[in-house]
Ligand binder design. Structure first.
Ligand SMILES: Cc1ncc(COP(=O)(O)O)c(C=O)c1O
Length: 403
């Protein structure tokens, strides 16, 4: 039997480095499940439960018989809740016909790609990037054209490099700010410069803004706020990070109504409406538990500081302090090791799991991604173990400053 070239490509040679990188996480999970004391800093999930106010709304919905199909684009109250989120978090007034409810940002990206890309189209992507965009962009048969994000440039996109990468087949730019894995936030001026390129070449902007509420230094700016970009932007949001609801699979795409009409076709084919009880949870999150977004942001700012302050004492590790989100990219080349060897040895010898940078793009060889989605005491302990490891590798006798 023959499989589609889509699934074959995703399991194939091009993605071997990504699979190798993620195998570190797989091994760590296996050892943790077997009862070992593993500190898992390899994935982007919260270590605490969803707020009880939100859980109660879902229970009430289930007890009240909310068990049936819903409209493709979401129920009116759910779309209105997304409108309210957009006003509060993004600062733009929109109407419910700008919203398509989707089961998480991942599905939002997939839906957007299926609606605006054709086979052979090129999409400008940044390296490093959130790795699942590859499968999203390849689904309609489009191809990725990578532009590097350079650490010396604060992992910011360079509009001049983007302009050079645009060719006759370019159809879209895949944006992600705040960024996974680097924690960089694209400033308005850079966004505007990228927007100028999009306008000049009539490109879509697929804008993953899933970390929009988790900025520590300066507020997130959506491309929708920049003049002339609204009609070409599909902005993607979800409850996963903002409200600690990764397992609920609820998110939405904001776009102009004519675009949302097209998303409706895709959603009717792949989904046929999100669960009504999850939609009630979304409404409750935004209407009654919005304070969770600032609580979570402040918690992560402290976590970022704990891990960054501790690791700053290790000259063999280089990083810039993330401005947002839950991840830190660390250049480990000063230890004399590459990223895969560093991550594997850190797990084998110190029971700490981080992800080799190759999991996010070829440019990240020599980096590891550390998720600070765990409590401060565990992060401090992780920092001690990392310090011991680095010290053994470099023979420098360095010590983390925490605890
Ligand atoms: C940049 C980015 N986009 C999308 C997602 C997926 O989010 P969701 O749970 O809403 O599908 C993640 C999850 O880690 C992410 O980091």
């Amino acid at each position: 039997m023959r499989f589609s070239s889509y699934v074959e490509k995703m399991g194939g040679g091009d993605t071997a480095a990504v699979h190798d990188a993620w195998s570190v996480h797989g091994k760590a999970r296996q050892r943790q499940r077997a009862g070992e004391d593993i500190i898992l800093l390899s994935i982007g999930d919260h270590d605490f439960a969803t707020d009880p106010r939100i859980v109660a709304a879902a229970k009430t919905a289930l007890d009240g018989g909310r068990h049936h199909y819903t409209p493709n684009l979401g129920e009116p109250a759910t779309r209105q809740a997304a409108v309210d989120f957009h006003q509060r978090a993004i600062g733009e007034a929109i109407t419910p016909d700008h919203v398509a409810i989707v089961p998480g940002a991942q599905a939002g990206a997939f839906t957007a790609a299926m609606a605006v890309l054709d086979a052979g189209d090129e999409v400008i992507c940044f390296d490093p990037m959130y790795v699942t965009y590859a499968g999203v962009i390849m689904a309609p048969g489009a191809v990725m054209r990578f532009v590097p994000l350079r650490p010396e440039n604060g992992f910011q996109p360079d509009p001049a490099e983007v302009r050079r990468a645009v060719g006759p087949r370019t159809r879209a730019i895949m944006l992600n700010s705040p960024h996974n894995p680097t924690g960089a936030v694209i400033p308005r001026a850079v966004l505007a410069a990228l927007g100028d390129i999009a306008v000049a070449h009539d490109l879509w902007l697929i804008s993953d803004e899933v970390y929009c509420t988790m900025t520590f230094e300066r507020p997130h700016v959506s491309p929708r706020l920049i003049d002339g970009l609204r009609e070409r932007t599909l902005s993607i949001y979800s409850l996963s990070k903002a409200f600690a609801m990764t397992g609920w699979r609820m998110g939405w795409v904001v776009a102009e109504p004519a675009v949302v009409d097209r998303l409706d076709f895709v959603l009717g084919s792949m989904l046929f409406g999100t669960p009504p009880f999850s939609q009630d949870a979304l409404v409750a999150a935004i209407a009654t538990a919005f304070d969770e977004t600032s609580r979570i942001r402040d918690l992560y700012r402290r976590r970022r500081d704990v891990i960054c302050d501790a690791l700053a004492a290790l000259p063999a590790l280089k990083f810039s302090r993330p401005e947002a989100g839950m991840f830190l990219m660390i250049d480990v080349r000063g230890t004399g090791m590459g990223s895969l060897d560093f991550a594997e040895s850190l797990l084998a010898e110190r029971n700490v799991a981080v992800l080799p940078g190759e999991g996010f793009g070829a440019s990240q060889a020599g980096f590891v991604r550390l998720s600070y989605g765990t409590d401060e005491a565990t992060l401090a302990e992780a920092a001690r173990r990392i310090a011991a490891h680095v010290s053994a590798l470099t023979g420098a006798g360095q010590r983390a400053t925490v605890g």
